[in-house]
Design a protein around this ligand. Sequence first.
Ligand code: F6P
Length: 359
Amino acid sequence: MSSKRIGIINSGGDCPGLNAVIASVVKSGAELGYEFYGFIKGWEGLLDPIQFMKLDSDAVRGIAHLGGTILGTVNKGRFGAKAGEGNSRQIPEDVLHEARDNCKALGLSGLIVIGGDGTLSGALQLMEAGVPIVGVPKTIDNDLQHTDRTFGFSTATQVAVDALDRVHTTATSHQRMIFVETMGRHAGWIAIRAGLAGGADAILIPEFPFALEDLVAMMQRRQAEGRSATIVVAEGAKVHGQRVHEGEALDREVKLGGIAQYLIRAIDEMAPDAFDMRATVLGHIQRGGTPTAGDRALAKAYGVAAMKAFDQGKFGQMVIYHNAGMGTIPLADAVGSIKVVCPNTMEYETARALGVFVH
Ligand code: F6P
């Protein structure tokens, strides 16, 4: 495989900034004489029946500020490599070979793969099957190892802060306890950052288990002072050490969600009719729409860095943003475990020092 034709794959959940990555890969690569095939709906487009669109500078003009992805995406399918928190699954050999053979038949010199830990675990397996690959980290959850920030995280966080600003005024007017449920899967990055910025009274995240009794005591204190409370809860937070989820998702991890309502029921059982409680679930609003300035700039930087890495033959590497600059690390180091909030995380330390219930 030595042509100047590159395949672009984005797979997994969409993410604000994806189009900006695609556009900057294509624009910077066109300058170097490359041409691009963008596969439709992620890995599915690379498997039979193959589906792709040719991408050149004209095709990607004016898309960088748009949410979603012009290529479409799926987070399930034959290439599913995710099997739980930080774990990956072996993709069947015949599927890997089909993808490899299709790359060859299309005359691709390799792939630029934009994805989270599941997608990148798949990329690693395809790389081992013989396809040169450069990876780009993508997730609103910000939970990928070795990269300081993923694009999409800033937008998701801003959506949550905007929601908190609105929830505050209604919670205060009614002296209510309002739970705001954020995404983030098994990491609390969106919740902790949005909760800190948005002035939440409590922030509940997967990394720091809390006792329901302590939360209720905090709510009782506020109630006695005639105050409301705004409580940010990450979808992956654990109650009594258990996650709350809506059910098993098809061929991938459990589908998280529902913890805000669960907490309201549990607190009402513990302290019947003590509080006037409501839940707001932000859901996919956090993933849709226009990327923030920070996400657009970061996404463009990732796109240019990925193209540069590919041109330099740095296959099996993932581009990273670290210490305010772009770099690369082996894909194998990026997958297999997730980046979580720690006691010395800036947002966590700050929230604690300000008296926020973070436990
Ligand atoms: O990983 C991104 C993410 O938005 C998580 O925060 C969330 O748990 C999950 O994807 C939702 O996935 P789906 O779009 O399949 O509901």
